[in-house]
Design a binder for this molecule. Structure first.
Ligand code: PXP
Length: 249
């Protein structure tokens, strides 16, 4: 039987900044959330600096880099501006995501296969600067193979559709999606890629993904920030950790 390595939890704090920005105030502070996440057992902090700065700001990235003991995973689009920001701060990791100004959240995975040369060139300086480069993709074989070819260290599998089907009560489509994610995780691992997963995960949906032996990290944000309203951020994160460990046991 395959032994399961430690599963890391990256806490995405974007929506602490969303609440702050709703009033243009100085609070709640994403750095404070990151510190609490660390106390609650997070292994890393994830923040998405979007082109339109709708939540995390340039100043947040600076403050997080200065304040954090945990590794920062900077999510960003494959643009020159974001590449320059990443090269200036050199966070532990970057995760390249597709970005579309009108979307409410990151809707799909990157099309690595169709822009292999461009993305290969884009990530080369990031890799050379020592950042762990991850590509946020769907479960399609062609995307995983292209990610391996261009030298990404990590693929993060998009779990959004699996979670959406779960809450829509579409069990058969949910299970098909989950099976595809499981196959994708195994393929990516066999090609030497580290496998992460995330998007839309909740207490109801996390265990099935945490149980994939190849998955080494989950990045979770929106649900945790929402749950924090009812039980506090530390408690919300601790419970997520507990469920992840239970699935892994
Ligand atoms: N992983 C990636 C690559 C993402 O873009 C996001 C959303 O910013 C997440 C994980 C976290 O998703 P959620 O906030 O739905 O938990």
């Amino acid at each position: 039987m395959q032994t399961l390595g430690k599963l890391r939890l990256g806490v995405n704090i974007d929506h602490v900044a969303t609440v702050r920005n709703a009033r243009g105030a100085a609070y709640p502070d994403p750095v404070r959330a990151a510190r609490l996440a660390e106390q609650a057992g997070a292994d890393g902090i994830t923040a998405h600096l979007r082109e339109d700065r709708r939540h995390i700001s340039d100043h947040d990235i600076e403050a997080l880099m200065a304040a954090l003991n945990l590794p920062l995973n900077l999510e960003m689009a494959a643009t020159d501006e974001m590449q320059a920001i990443a090269l200036r701060h050199v966070p532990h990791a970057v995760c390249i995501v597709p970005e579309n100004r009108q979307e409410v959240t990151t809707e799909g995975g990157l099309d690595v296969a169709r822009q292999e040369n461009r993305l290969g060139d884009f990530i080369a300086p990031l890799r050379e600067a020592g950042m762990r480069v991850s590509l946020f993709i769907g479960h399609e074989t062609e995307q995983i193979e292209a990610a391996a070819r261009i030298g990404a260290a990590v693929v993060e599998l998009h779990t959004g559709a699996y979670c959406d089907f779960h809450y829509a009560g579409e069990e058969s489509r949910r299970d098909t999606e989950l099976a595809r994610l499981a196959e994708a995780a195994a393929l990516a691992h066999s090609l030497g890629l580290e496998v992460h997963a995330g998007h839309g995960l909740t207490y109801d949906t996390v265990k099935q993904v945490a149980a994939f032996p190849e998955v080494m990290e989950l990045n979770i944000g929106h649900f945790l920030v929402g749950e924090a309203i009812f039980r506090g951020l530390e408690s919300a994160i601790s419970e997520m950790r507990r469920l992840m460990e239970e699935a892994r046991a």
